[in-house]
Design a protein around this ligand. Sequence first.
Ligand SMILES: Cc1cc2nc3c(=O)[nH]c(=O)nc-3n(C[C@H](O)[C@H](O)[C@H](O)COP(=O)(O)OP(=O)(O)OC[C@H]3O[C@@H](n4cnc5c(N)ncnc54)[C@H](O)[C@@H]3O)c2cc1C
Length: 133
Amino acid sequence: MDALQSKLNLSWVRVSTPVSALAKVENGWTVEAAGVKENYDSVIVCSPAWAAGVLLSPVDEVLGDDLSAIPYSSSITVNLLYDEATLGKLPDGFGFLVPASEGRRCWPAPLCIASFWGVHRRERLCCARFWAA
Ligand SMILES: Cc1cc2nc3c(=O)[nH]c(=O)nc-3n(C[C@H](O)[C@H](O)[C@H](O)COP(=O)(O)OP(=O)(O)OC[C@H]3O[C@@H](n4cnc5c(N)ncnc54)[C@H](O)[C@@H]3O)c2cc1C
């Protein structure tokens, strides 16, 4: 966002300003956010589907229902960092996927090797990220 904002006219940008309503009007759209209504030629909705469903239901009920029906679930990630020097040779690859048929709560576990600045030296650390839902 910071990189994007630096390239834009700041008067065009609204951060932390959730859109509370969308309405189709004759020459475009009315967008309501923070109690202010503004008109635009076009709108690109890139919120999560559940939020888009709420905003678009008044404009197109079927579209709103379809978007609202897209399921979401909560998830957590656990990131474990290991000093690469103590791990020895790591296997080739980027981690593993756990098929749903295994019935585990853990899904993918991507591995990445990255360089981080430690307090006194540049350390090479391996990050194993476990994703569970
Ligand atoms: C735990 C986790 C790990 C992931 N790791 C990776 C990875 O390693 N690599 C990878 O490529 N992808 C990864 N992904 C997937 C990636 O994060 C998503 O695909 C990507 O963020 C989707 O971007 P988006 O802009 O479509 O939606 P989002 O990032 O969900 O952005 C939607 C935005 O809409 C905003 N919004 C909601 N309601 C409103 C409203 N009413 N008005 C205005 N704004 C609103 C939200 O605040 C949010 O900022 C990961 C996802 C998760 C959950």
